[in-house]
Design a protein around this ligand. Structure first.
Ligand code: AMP
Length: 193
């Protein structure tokens, strides 16, 4: 499984979330999965990628050249791909992924998460999308999703595209089950944007 992880380019102010990024890295290696991520060495993304690399796991980082300074591309990645734009980065990451998970982060993480959800809604890919709701970090987002569903702006299927769990193991299990049930169609026709 190639798991695409979105997470903050900052550390945040709660050490629990930094520990969580490490635990996610260990869980990925324990399962023999490959990590795909934004390629930076800073914030939670840096912690996650370094954890996987230190355990000899496989990490593919995809970073736009202009961000190389701000997010300091992690040279130790097994594969580091430089692209020109954010759109190329986000598209290539999804094209390579079998499943997607968002950990705590800021606007960038939310942007990536919502893009994964809207592209799934449009049928542009079939990757399961998970939200790790550690310590209630995403309670407000889950409440918003439920409210939009109640107001009929998300139908049952679309609302169900976001799998939420506070446990890494059960979230990973759910994403794997969904990936297998999908019959593994790879993303085919993501729009060039
Ligand atoms: P953040 O969650 O804001 O710390 O950002 C996490 C990652 O999302 C970083 O690698 C950003 O480069 C990336 N990102 C993706 N899309 C955007 C966007 N539209 N604006 C800012 N950052 C973004």
């Amino acid at each position: 499984m190639n798991i695409l992880v979105y997470c903050g380019a900052r550390l945040g102010n709660d050490p629990l979330l930094q520990t969580t990024a490490e635990r996610v890295g260990h869980a990925i290696v324990d399962r023999g999965w490959n990590l795909i991520y934004g390629g930076g060495g800073v914030g939670l993304m840096g912690i996650l990628a370094r954890t996987v690399i230190q355990r000899d796991g496989h990490v593919t980082g995809i970073i736009p050249t202009f961000l190389n300074t701000a997010e300091v591309a992690l040279d130790e990645c097994s594969t580091l791909i430089e692209v020109e734009t954010m759109h190329e980065r986000k598209q290539l990451m999804i094209e390579m992924a079998d499943c997607i998970v968002a950990l705590p982060g800021g606007f960038g993480t939310l942007d990536e998460l919502f893009e994964a959800l809207t592209w799934r809604q449009l049928g542009l890919h079939a990757c399961p999308v998970g939200l790790l709701n550690v310590d209630g970090y995403y309670d407000s987002l889950v409440a918003l999703r439920n409210d939009l569903h109640r107001r009929a702006f998300l139908d049952d299927t679309v609302a169900s595209f976001l799998t939420v769990d506070d446990s890494i193991e059960s979230l990973f299990d759910a994403l794997k089950r969904e990936h297998e049930a999908n019959g593994v169609p790879k993303p085919t026709q993501l729009e060039r944007s």
